[in-house]
Design a protein around this ligand. Structure first.
Ligand code: UD1
Ligand code: MG
Length: 438
């Protein structure tokens, strides 16, 4: 199918109350605009993004993630409004799908329903209990005749519950013919794209209203909208993965990034958060654990485990309050309270409670390498860079500051000293001391 897509993203987004451009705010780990670009890319190879406010920043961000996207700079001073945004946009194909950069919930299926058929214009419409804020659509025998913006509506028109959802598929010829004819004689002194409906209808062009789902075509204008859209997106992501075989306990408490992926049978307990491009395969993530951009396979994590980016954990047991960062663990047990950063640890190795890799010297990060079958006693500090060979035993409380050879025991102990009756001398009154001394 030969479709060009134009994404309108020049608006200021004042209601977002943020220094970040509205369309770069993230939903499920991805900028709103990128959700729109992804949907567009599923049906088009000719995508133009219209920019103005913070154009450089948005363009840079797009170019860092996508190639082959075109940009059009709107002349907002002279031609404000959605019609102004389309002025001078060049497209390759005969059909042009016009999307908004702040509608991250549109699905490919809905967009396909908008590009079908051979009407001059397909326009998205919603039937709403409360139509306020939207342009009202006059429909006559299956053909849309006119869109009147709320600010230009008569009290009678305001009662119309069929509204413009703001997405259209318009033949290139129609745009060529009518965009230059738009004027700004309206309540907002803007060039309205919606005015081409009336002009085209008067010249007997076919304008099909396509009824769409409100949930998908809700624009995000505020941080409240952002949170609502996030909830919808999360519900979709969770449902999708549950259908594909992921088990979730109390799914509504679980957060999953749009770029995360699961294989085999994974279990996610309540309160789990899977961020970034994490890959999980046959993993059991227990309650309230956070996994950031990591690969976890045949392993269990948590409860309350924290796996930070670029970790690879396979065939491993990670217990509660263990933090792992940028480390590779295979066949390891770390049952409780440990910090493992910039480490590589091989199978059969056991990390006791309170084991810490001292990976940062205040200036640089250093690596810890631990071989197979190493027993690391509780409360051990491993001062990196450090290399522990296979079959090593490290006694509890040891500060390891030199490499340990295969088969060795490492132990650093201050001899234990005991002082008789010290407790009583230190804490208790004379009387109690005496009774204690009895
Ligand atoms: C628009 C429609 C309205 C519809 C509603 C649905 C017009 C005139 N009205 O109104 O009928 O019910 O969407 O949400 O089109 N933009 C630009 N340049 C501009 C102005 C806007 O690129 O100069 C972009 C915005 O960034 C946004 C999109 O166009 O992505 C829509 O603009 P917005 O101001 O939100 O339109 P509405 O007033 O909501
Ligand atoms: Mg507006």
């Amino acid at each position: 199918m030969s479709i060009s897509v134009v994404i309108l993203a020049a608006g200021q987004g004042t209601r977002m109350k943020s220094p970040t451009p509205k369309v770069l705010h993230q939903i499920s780990g991805k900028a709103m605009l990128f959700h729109v670009i992804d949907a567009a890319q599923s049906l088009s190879n000719d995508i133009t993004v219209v920019l103005y406010h913070q154009a450089d920043r948005i363009r840079k961000e797009i170019e860092a993630h996508y190639s082959g996207i075109s940009f059009h700079m709107q002349n907002v001073q002279e031609f404000p409004g959605t019609g102004g945004a389309m002025k001078g946009v060049e497209v390759r194909h005969d059909k042009v799908l016009i999307l908004n950069g702040d509608m991250p919930l549109m699905t490919k299926e809905s967009l396909l329903s908008l590009v079908q058929g051979d009407a001059h214009i397909n326009m998205s419409v919603l039937k709403l209990e409360d139509p306020s804020g939207y342009g009202r659509v006059m429909i006559d025998e299956e053909n849309a005749k006119e869109i009147v913006e709320e600010k230009d509506c008569t009290p009678e028109q305001k009662k119309i519950q069929t509204v413009n959802a703001g997405v259209y598929c318009i033949q290139k010829e129609i745009l060529k013919q009518y965009i230059p004819c738009l004027n700004n004689k309206n309540a907002q002194a803007e060039y309205y794209l919606t005015d081409i409906i009336k002009m085209a209808a008067q010249e007997h062009k076919t304008i099909h209203p396509v009824y769409v789902a409100e949930e998908e075509f809700k624009g995000v204008n505020s941080k409240l909208d952002l949170a609502i859209a996030e909830e919808i997106m999360q519900r979709r992501i969770r449902n999708e993965w549950m259908k594909k075989g992921v088990i979730m306990h109390l799914p509504e408490t679980i957060y999953i990034d749009s770029q995360a992926a699961f294989e085999g049978e994974c279990i996610l307990e309540n309160g789990v958060c899977i961020q970034g491009k994490s890959r999980l395969c046959n993993a059991h993530i227990k309650a309230h654990s956070v996994i950031e951009e990591s690969h976890i396979e045949n392993s269990d994590i948590g409860p309350m485990g924290h796996i930070r980016p670029h970790s690879k954990i396979t065939n491993t047991h990670i217990g509660n309050f263990v933090e792992i960062k940028k480390s590779t663990l295979n066949g390891v047990k770390a049952g409780h309270l440990a910090y493992i950063g910039d480490a590589s640890i091989e199978e059969g190795t056991n990390l006791g409670a309170g084991v810490i890799t001292c990976n940062y010297d205040g200036k640089n990060k250093h690596k810890t390498t631990i071989g197979k079958n190493v027993f690391v006693g509780s409360d051990t500090q491993l001062i990196a860079p450090i290399f522990i060979e296979d079959d090593v035993m490290i006694a509890a409380g040891t500060t390891v500051n030199k490499d340990i050879k295969q088969g060795e025991l490492a132990i650093s102990r201050t001899p234990l000293r005991t002082v008789q009756n010290f407790f009583y001398k230190f804490f208790l009154t004379e009387k109690k001391k005496q009774s204690g001394e009895k």
